[in-house]
Structure formats: structure tokens, C-alpha cells
Design a protein around this ligand. Structure first.
Ligand code: MN9
Length: 292
């Protein structure tokens, strides 16, 4: 039940210009991400625009990624869905295709109580046979699972940890302290240093698609006690995120990757093309940060 590595890109999903999923774009994207030293891929989550895809499309993406990358790095499949049966179908697929772990946001749209959420997570763990990482991202999922409930969920041995995408470092450190046997990955890229300093098991984020080396470097610097280097790298991440918040994080990242010859296409509607003035600022940042 091991999940090797600690720094995982929340992988984007390549689309064609007509808006269809482009599985042929997965291999080049994986090669680029891994070339920057990242340890693995977290596929089919928010950064992968999974909530804009059918279960069939999500299955195509997970299958293709398994085929290209299973023997190269750690693979985590995000399988969360509004309906437990959809999450279970994807979890089963992940279990059968060589993923190391699954992850899921709480069931979304309807406001379910804790016992329903717990039932959903148990069903996913059961179906995949893999360690399950709860994806806590209250700003997007609409459900903020409180600390005590997260800890209760992790009493189940199959529930391995949490991908924590929120700014609350106090909650993050409480989880860390109170569940020493579980894994806690931080998902707010612009604050990764804070979490690493407080003792995270790693990070999983969208900007890791472009600058994964920055987060590998932050973790390394923190472990070596080199705070100056860690700060310098975190500032680089912060500068990029500042601009991405103006372009839209996913449209901006896709623009950047397309620009360096990693074809990922556009985001799916209702995402819209980014503001040209913001994209020009992103281009300028890239030019002054060693991207050709
Ligand atoms: O969990 C991502 N969160 C969201 C991952 O998509 C809301 C992060 O990687 C952010 O995109 C990143 C930029 O704000 O921190």
C-alpha cells in the first residue's frame, strides 16, 4: 500500500481544438512533467477538468495515462464524482490498470451528511483495492470536511491520507500531528513552503505541470534546512500563480505548455480563452524564467 514519491503534478487533460479529449497529448505532457523531476502524476482531478467530462472520457484518459506512464512513475487516479456509482466505476478501472492510489473529492452538488460521505469513500476504497487519498478542496467541491471527520475517515486502513487544497496551515498541521501514520499532501502551490516546513508528505498541484522542479527544490531545501533557497523557489511559484490568477489558472497553464511545444490544446467550455493582456504578462514571465 505504498505510494512512492512526494511531488505529484495534478495533470492537465489535453483537448483538441474542437473540444474533444485528446489522449495522444498525454504522452508528451507526461514526458515534459517528468523531465522536471516530479515523482508522479495525479490525473483526472480539478486541474484535469474531470468535472467537465463524461465517465467514459475520464476512463479514456485514465487508461491512456496508465499505458504511457505506469512503468515510469507513481500514478494517482482522481475518481471523485457526484454519483457513487460513477466514482466506483473509475476506482475499479484504476485498480485494474496499475495505479498506485486513488483519490476523490467528496460527492458534490447535493449537500450530503457525513455518513453518506463516509459510505461513498468506503465504496471507492473497496472498488479500487488501492490506498485512497481524500481530496479536500472546499472552495471548489463546496464541502469542507472538518478535521475530526477527516481523522475519523482515516481510521479505515484503506484511507491513506488527504490532499489538502486550502490555505489553512493550522488545520493542515493539526491533521499531520494527530494522524502520524497517514499521508498529507498540500495542494495550494503558492504556499507549499509553509506546509513543507510544517511537515507535509509532499505536494500535488496544477502549476507542477509547468514548474515541477520548483516544488521538488522546495522540499529538498526544507529537508536540508536551506530556508533561503526554499524562499527563493517559493517566490518564483508565487510570481507565476499571481499571473495565472489573472489568466485563469488552467487556461494560463495550457497557454504556457502550448507555447513551449507541449500540445495540450484549450480548456473545455465553459472555460473561455484568457485575456490577451494577461497572457502577454505570462509570456514575459516565461521569457525571463528560462522558457524558450
Ligand atoms: O489542488 C490546485 N487548486 C485548484 C490544486 O485548482 C483550486 C492548485 O494547484 C492551484 O491551482 C494553485 C494555484 O492557485 O495553487
Amino acid at each position: 500500500m505504498d505510494i512512492p514519491g512526494s511531488i505529484f503534478a495534478a495533470m492537465l487533460t489535453p483537448f483538441s481544438e474542437d473540444g474533444s479529449v485528446a489522449p495522444e497529448g498525454i504522452a508528451p505532457l507526461v514526458d515534459y512533467i517528468l523531465s522536471r523531476g516530479v515523482h508522479g502524476l495525479y490525473a483526472g482531478g480539478s486541474s484535469g477538468e474531470a468535472m467537465l467530462q463524461s465517465v467514459e472520457e475520464r476512463s479514456i484518459v485514465l487508461n491512456e495515462l496508465a499505458n504511457v506512464a505506469r512503468d515510469k512513475c507513481t500514478l494517482i487516479a482522481h475518481v471523485g464524482a457526484a454519483a457513487t456509482c460513477d466514482a466506483v466505476a473509475l476506482a475499479k478501472l484504476a485498480g485494474e490498470t496499475g495505479y498506485h492510489a486513488v483519490s476523490a473529492v467528496p460527492p458534490y452538488y447535493y449537500k450530503h451528511g457525513f455518513s453518506q460521505i463516509a459510505d461513498y469513500y468506503r465504496a471507492i476504497a473497496e472498488a479500487s483495492g488501492l490506498p485512497l487519498i481524500i481530496y479536500n478542496i472546499p472552495a471548489l467541491s463546496g464541502t469542507d470536511i472538518p478535521t475530526d471527520q477527516l481523522l475519523e475517515l482515516m481510521e479505515d486502513d484503506r484511507i491513506a491520507g488527504v490532499k489538502f487544497t486550502a490555505p489553512d496551515l493550522f488545520q493542515f498541521s493539526q491533521l499531520r500531528q494527530r494522524a502520524p501514520g497517514n499521508k498529507f499532501y498540500f495542494g495550494t502551490d503558492e504556499m507549499f513552503l509553509g506546509a513543507a516546513a510544517m511537515g507535509s508528505d509532499g505536494g500535488i498541484g496544477s502549476t507542477y505541470n509547468l514548474i515541477g522542479d520548483v516544488y521538488v527544490g522546495i522540499e529538498k531545501a526544507v529537508n536540508a534546512g536551506d530556508i533561503e533557497t526554499a524562499r527563493k523557489l517559493q517566490r518564483k511559484s508565487g510570481d507565476l500563480v499571481k499571473i495565472l490568477l489573472e489568466t485563469g489558472v488552467l487556461p494560463g497553464l495550457k497557454h504556457a505548455l502550448n507555447r513551449i511545444g507541449v500540445p495540450v490544446g484549450p480548456c473545455r467550455r465553459p472555460f473561455s480563452p484568457a485575456d490577451p493582456a494577461a497572457l502577454a504578462r505570462l509570456d514575459a514571465w516565461m521569457d525571463s524564467n528560462g522558457f524558450v
